[in-house]
Design a protein around this ligand. Structure first.
Ligand SMILES: Cc1ncc(COP(=O)(O)O)c(C=O)c1O
Length: 413
């Protein structure tokens, strides 16, 4: 019988990944306290726990202000509105991300414009951004992913030159640092998600960071039905807002998750670094390049790059099946380029401002980002962060499983 688990052999790993989310009596106590208080909602905004959490989250990421919100989708939309992005304006986004990054401008009837990613980091490529700028461009949304960060120095220089707003999508990066500055505090605004799978979670939830008092005030108003509070919203004029507030149960849980963030971030980073080092002499598997300006990384998903040449020509998807069968769950299709995703179904009938660039609808051939396409369809292997919450034995199993497939690859070809 074959040694390979995919062909009936014994898998390298039979135990599940460590559980996620992590919680203990701290969350239970905090939730019980909110329950007993009868003060459950998001109003007044921010409410007691939300305010306490926001202060800690901002400080941990070296930002002056944090505006908690309902999730990490509305935070992107609010950030764009706060920055003054309007119908018909263009927003440059990476295609290699979750749908919310490109949907946020669409919600405003603005126009997402896809710029390709860097082949070594899979994050937005500043050269592609510069090439995508038009007189209508108003904002850029880089996404930090795969434990890597977009080149924030280059993007901020481009933004300054063209008078653009940069909104960092930090949904994968809680706790990370760029030249010792907190992620989300380098751009004009930063957006975070606390959805269940994220590095800290309350099931759902989101937050915006900024150090600009006027942007912060606008965000507070937009989250809270447009309310303008005495001595608080000093910008001129009223605005239409939404109820995108976070509730007190979630805010209380986030306070507890904050207590663990630093320790968990360091643990994940250590394990991922150990894995990268152990894979150094395994042909056909490479990590993404780490920019030395990343002084601490968030490890939401580790991305390994696959080269079939190291596996006798075996296709990435078959390799991913074999690795998953060995008990190391990997996802090759965590993202596909958004212009090819059915989730980004956008028609000019609903969002008329896309017509000039895209015609009747955004379709699979509306853009061409060959680096993102290569990552999505040929190279990337995504591993979710709970695997990095254990110890070196877990990492050794990843390497053992990869080597086992390599040794027996002939059976899969
Ligand atoms: C890159 C990215 N941006 C935005 C979001 C949206 O966050 P949420 O799910 O909290 O709305 C997510 C979450 O899935 C994400 O991964």
């Amino acid at each position: 019988m074959s040694e390979l688990a995919l062909l009936g052999g014994k898998p390298v790993r039979s135990e599940p990944f460590p559980p996620w989310p992590v919680h203990d009596e701290r969350e239970a106590k905090a939730l019980a306290a909110v329950l007993a208080s009868s003060n459950w909602g998001g109003y007044p905004s921010p409410n007691t726990h939300a305010k306490a959490f926001a202060e800690r989250f901002a400080a941990a990421h070296t930002a002056r202000f944090c505006i908690p919100a309902a999730n990490g989708t509305v935070t992107l939309e609010i950030a764009l509105r706060a920055a003054g992005v309007r119908a018909g304006d263009e927003v440059i986004v990476t295609p290699y991300t979750w749908v919310a990054t490109a949907a946020a401008p669409v919600y405003l009837n603005a126009v997402p414009v896809f710029a390709d990613v860097d082949p070594e980091t899979y994050c937005l490529d500043p050269k592609a951004v510069e090439a995508a700028i038009t007189p209508r461009t108003k904002a850029i949304i880089p996404v930090h992913l795969g434990c890597r960060m977009a080149d924030m120095d280059a993007l901020m220089a481009i933004a300054a030159k063209h008078n653009l707003t940069v909104i960092e999508d930090c949904a994968h990066m809680h706790g990370a640092r760029w030249k010792d500055r907190g992620v989300g505090s380098i751009g004009h605004l930063g957006s975070f998600s606390f959805q269940s799978s994220k590095l800290m979670t309350a099931g759902e939830g989101g937050a915006i960071l900024t150090s600009d008092p006027e942007l912060a005030e606008r965000c507070h108003s937009l989250v809270n039905c447009g309310r303008k509070l005495e001595g608080y919203d000093s910008f001129d004029g009223w605005m239409l807002g939404w109820n995108d507030r976070i509730g007190e149960f979630q805010a209380a849980v986030l306070g507890c998750q904050m207590d663990r963030l630093e320790e968990q971030t360091i643990l994940r980073e250590k394990n991922a670094d150990y894995l990268y080092a152990a894979l150094a002499d395994v042909p056909g598997i490479r990590p993404l390049r780490r920019d030395p300006r990343i002084t601490r990384t968030g490890n939401y998903q580790v991305i390994l790059r696959y080269d079939p040449a190291g596996f006798g020509g075996l296709k990435r998807d078959r390799f991913a099946e074999a690795l998953t069968a060995e008990g190391i769950e990997v996802d090759p299709y965590f993202y596909i380029p958004l212009y090819q995703s059915p989730l980004l179904t956008v028609t000019a009938a609903d969002y008329p401002m896309i017509r000039e660039r895209y015609g009747d609808a955004i379709t699979t051939d509306s853009a061409s980002c060959p680096v993102a396409e290569k990552a999505a369809y040929q190279e990337a292997l995504w591993i979710h962060h709970p695997l990095f919450m254990g110890d070196h034995r877990d990492m050794d199993q990843v390497v053992d499983a990869i080597r086992k497939i390599q040794k027996n690859v002939g059976e899969l070809l």
